[in-house]
Design a protein around this ligand. Structure first.
Ligand SMILES: [Zn+2]
Length: 205
């Protein structure tokens, strides 16, 4: 009995670019309602090298896993990103996956806090995949503001922020965009999942 179906794409986001890597997104369709998939947590640990002992919810009901208890304003920033995403999605007539409780967000330790221009940019390092040899390749890895981890539950990783919490809202909105498209417009999802050939965020205006 196959409990889950693995799809061979891993989506990487920064605020500048974002794309699919030749890795894997979980599609665990047999997850019990309300429980957290241990394999999902294991995958997040594998990618980030972090543990996520803290489980909490945003005021609007998204699940957040973190290394330490997130500040209230961080949780509100997550909600703000989802609120904006859902609003845009509804304007496009989308109906699926527009509930906060559909989303699981891992907040990982940032592997850098400044980008190459010296701007505050907490990002995580992830394998370069098809970005290898390209502009963003840092030597086998790239820095990403966020990364889609799974379709079901709809899960992604962002980095811890000390400030500029509006950036959290943006990353949440952008990562969530791929997941909303996956469930509401599969053709557009396919067309926009891989940014290594161009294209970025927002996809939906
Ligand atoms: Zn993207």
């Amino acid at each position: 009995m196959i409990a889950h179906r693995v799809i061979r794409f891993l989506i990487i986001t920064t605020t500048l670019f974002c794309g699919a890597l030749s890795s894997q997104i979980f599609h665990a369709s047999a997850i019990a309602q309300g429980s957290i998939d241990r394999r999902l947590i294991a995958r997040a640990r594998q990618i980030t090298g972090d543990d996520f002992p803290v489980f909490t919810r945003t005021p609007r009901g998204a699940l957040v896993l973190a290394r330490t208890t997130p500040r209230a304003e961080v949780l509100r920033a997550v909600d703000d990103g989802l609120t904006e995403l859902f609003g845009v999605a509804r304007r496009h007539g989308f109906r699926a996956r527009l509930d906060y409780s559909n989303y699981t967000i891992f907040i990982a330790r940032a592997d850098r806090v400044k980008d190459s221009q010296g701007n505050y940019s907490p990002d995580i390092a992830v394998p370069a995949g098809q970005y290898a040899g390209g502009y963003y390749d840092q030597g086998g890895y790239i820095y990403a503001a966020g990364m889609v981890l799974a379709f079901n539950p709809s899960a992604f990783i962002i980095a811890e922020h000390e400030r500029d919490l509006g950036r959290i809202s943006n990353v949440v909105r952008y990562e969530g965009e791929h997941l909303v498209l996956y469930y509401n417009d599969r053709a557009l999802y396919q067309k926009t999942a891989d940014h290594s050939r161009g294209g970025g965020h927002p996809i939906l205006q």
